[in-house]
Design a protein around this ligand. Structure first.
Ligand code: GLN
Ligand code: ZN
Length: 766
């Protein structure tokens, strides 16, 4: 009998109940008791949904008030001193302070913990902070309380813990530099205690997540695995090590041999590890196969999954479990509520609840292939596969023909940068240290209201256009008054840099409730790429043209690039990401060319997600970088030499990909640097970046207005590495989250900084 289990369920709620409760609580409009009740109801509802779907072992510990890594930090007493309450007893207030920071009117307060991406997902966790003398103590009972809660409801449970090595790996050594791994001996007894305590509560199985087993691990970390699990072996309950987001590869032998009772592997991301694992798995161990994709919204091909399962069942018998590939945290909750999707398209989709049903059906199919429900499910899965295979919704011959006709020349500008830039400088006639912004200006509530009213049909297209044009005029006149050199239209009409374009492309669908947690109370609703992508009509030309009509200065057109469109969407499973990126590139290329034809001299193609697309393992990097760079070039290379292409990326860890960034061959790149004090410039030491570059001179994430001297200093630092004639002056990122007063104040100083540098340069030349 194969066991159906789940590695974790979305915690935010089908209606984002947790988001709303958290935000009310933070505003002081909901009591702690009220917040706790919302949490309790969500957990109960989620266990119930999974149990009804047929999941036999339910996850506990997948719920978190903000982030599950943060819960672990509280559990182990990893609370940095700046958050430590006077009595040493952490509370929800401590937890939220660590997540969000605290401001004290008198003395500044405490800065939130750093947040970063959970592996290659769009979920962000709070980075644990370790000190060299870090002590651990069991100081948070949430996991035990929730285990109790689930058992009281009559559920069979499997508490979920992040394993000790993954937990340490995710953290950061603060202060004096030291090796995090040195903390392992101190941390392990805590895991021992947690396991003892769960066992005493009557827990039979615990899931220990060690996703770092799918990464390239240094040898000492590999060695530590054996040591750690030898020690934890004594705990009187059964342990399942869960790995996901990739294949075990060189860690396969290590993972298979750990002295625990079971191993979960991701067969969606890494199907190849399947037959190999059978030979390496000790004969006493459970093998859990992750066959249903936890990272996407498509229904599983049950026949295909069942082939693997049946094969495994012959070898493993009772030792076989079935699960989604990873926690369902990364999928929306329930497809049933989507009442506005095309029915055919909807029949291809599965969200968390539906994925649990698929897991349960697969488990049942192993032992009861003739069961009626199993038969019905298999039949329906076959119908989906064949309906998709031939559907005109998906396959568009125009797109395929166009792709087939692409040659390497399409990804090549007419001339090399050195000659392009001469022509561009001549046409644009900009001063040295040209000033610009990244695209968006403050999204005031009146802009948001107008957009909403228009979407709901309460504002006519004409009235909406009037409001947006007024915003454009305002943004343009402010920029003129500030004395900026390259202006933007301000992006008032855009809700989100991906959604705005996706809504205008064919091949994209939108859900109503398909929310996925990004961090804390923040959720995103990724668009779904379901078919070949094409652009039925120009998307931005009218707005940009209008902006250009308002001024004699140059307006920079603003687009989102193919890689970012792809990374922030749910993607297809029937064609490669690479091919989807090329389709997107062609659609955006047409927009770039239309902007040029409309008289726009500069076009910026944002690639905010370029770096985050990097595969988890180094071995996959060069393939990814090849196609990602090519997609960008394909979309940017349809224009004349005189037309200047900008790109923007909002982070500064470029050192390991700088050559690929250079290969994108954008004429100008603007990047974030001010928060890292131009750390980026390190990358320029080893590699001579050839094109123009605008290192962000101030951080737009805070309302703080930096003074001119600060910006001058950053620019001087930059000009030690980058020739002055190739330097641009701009903020770190778009200004949409800021208010107008601080925006103008900061830009006044920025323009002054640029002028100061210009005079200094002139003085040097003269
Ligand atoms: N052009 C976009 C803006 O200014 C870029 C946003 C981003 O890089 N995240 O808002
Ligand atoms: Zn940015």
């Amino acid at each position: 009998m194969a066991v159906a289990h789940s590695l974790g369920f979305p915690r935010i709620g089908a209606d984002r109940e947790l988001k709303k409760a958290l935000e009310d609580y933070w505003k002081g409009e909901l009591s702690e008791a009220g917040l706790r009740e919302v949490g309790r109801n969500l957990r109960a509802a989620h266990w119930q949904l999974q149990a009804e779907a047929g999941i036999e072992l339910l996850p506990v510990g997948d719920f978190a008030w903000y982030d599950h890594v943060l819960t672990h930090s509280l559990m182990f007493g990893v609370v940095p001193e700046r958050f430590l309450p006077a009595d040493g007893q952490s509370s929800l207030e401590t937890l939220f302070a660590m997540a969000r920071g605290v401001t004290h009117n008198c003395c500044g307060g405490a800065q939130a913990q750093e947040m970063t991406k959970w592996f290659d997902t769009n979920y962000h966790y709070l980075v644990p902070e370790f000190s060299v003398d870090q002590q651990f103590s069991l100081s948070w009972t949430q996991l035990f309380d929730e285990a109790e809660e689930a058992m009281a409801l009559g559920h069979r449970i499997k508490p979920v813990l992040i394993g000790p090595l993954t937990y340490l790996w995710l953290g950061k050594a603060k202060g004096e530099s030291f090796d995090k791994l040195d903390l392992l001996e101190r941390l392990l007894p805590l895991y021992g205690e947690v396991l003892e305590r769960l066992a005493a509560q009557g827990v039979e199985w615990v899931q220990i997540d060690e996703p770092i087993l799918v990464l390239d691990l240094p040898q000492d970390w590999k060695n530590a695995f054996e040591r750690a699990y030898n020690l934890l072996q004594r705990a009187p309950l059964k342990k399942l090590i869960a790995t996901y987001f990739g294949g075990l590869e060189d860690n396969l032998g290590l993972a298979a041999a750990l002295p625990v009772d079971g191993l979960h592997i991701d067969l969606v991301r890494a199907p190849d590890q399947y037959p190999v694992i059978l030979d390496r798995l000790p004969a006493y161990k459970i093998l859990s196969l992750g066959l249903v994709n936890g990272r996407n919204v498509w229904r599983c091909d049950l026949d295909k999954a069942l082939d693997v399962l049946n094969h495994a069942a012959e070898r493993l018998g009772e030792r076989l479990w079935v699960a989604p590939s990873c926690s369902l945290l990364h999928t929306p909750v329930d497809l049933h509520r989507e009442d506005q999707l095309d029915t055919e398209l909807k029949s291809w989709l599965a969200f968390a609840v539906q994925k649990c049903v698929e897991v349960a059906v697969l488990a049942r199919a192993v032992d009861q292939p003739d069961d009626v429900e199993v038969q019905v499910a298999l039949q329906s899965s076959r119908e989906v596969q064949s309906s998709r295979a031939g559907s005109p919704l998906i396959h568009k011959s125009e797109v395929r023909e166009r792709l087939a006709a692409i040659t390497p020349e399409h990804s090549q500008r007419q001339s090399k940068f050195a000659s392009r830039i001469v022509k561009q400088r001549e046409q644009l006639a900009l001063p040295a240290f040209p000033t610009t912004t990244i695209g968006s200006f403050p999204q005031t509530s009146s802009i948001r209201l107008a957009r909403q009213a228009f979407k709901q049909g309460k504002l006519s297209l004409t009235d909406y256009t009037d409001v947006m044009q007024a915003e454009i005029r305002h943004a343009v006149s402010v920029q003129e008054q500030l004395g900026l050199d390259v202006l933007v239209h301000g992006e008032a009409e855009r809700n989100d840099m991906v959604e705005y374009f996706a809504e205008q492309l064919d091949g994209y669908a939108f859900t109503r409730f398909g929310w996925v947690q990004s961090y804390g109370s923040r959720c995103v609703k990724p668009a779904v790429i379901y078919g070949d992508i094409s652009r039925p009509a120009p998307m931005t030309v009218e707005w940009i043209r209008y902006a250009q009509q308002q001024t004699s200065k140059v307006i920079k057109g603003m687009l989102t690039g193919p890689v970012t469109m792809l990374m922030w969407s749910f993607t297809r499973e029937d064609v490669s990401r690479e091919q989807q990126a090329r389709q997107l590139a062609l659609a955006i290329r047409d927009e770039v060319c239309d902007l040029e034809a409309a008289g726009i001299k500069i076009v910026q193609i944002d690639e905010a997600a370029f770096r985050e697309g990097l595969p988890l393992r180094r071995a996959g990097w060069s393939h990814y970088l090849d196609w990602a760079v090519d997609a960008f070039r394909l979309c940017a290379s349809g224009v004349r030499d005189e037309t200047q292409i900008h790109t923007h990326m909002c982070y500064s860890e470029f050192n390991d990909v700088i050559e690929a960034i250079a290969a994108m061959d954008a004429d100008v790149i603007t990047i974030e640097t001010s928060r890292s004090q131009m750390e980026l410039l390190e990358a320029f030491r080893a590699f001579d970046y050839p094109n123009d570059i605008g290192p962000g001179v101030y951080d737009i994430h805070s309302p703080r207005v930096p003074d001119t001297a600060e910006m001058v200093q950053l620019l001087e630092q930059a000009s030690e590495r980058i020739p002055a004639q190739r330097l641009w002056v701009n903020p770190d990122c778009g200004l949409k989250t800021r208010a107008w007063p601080e925006t103008e104040a900061a830009l006044v100083n920025m323009v002054a900084a640029a002028r100061q540098l210009r005079s200094a340069l002139q003085a040097r030349v003269a």
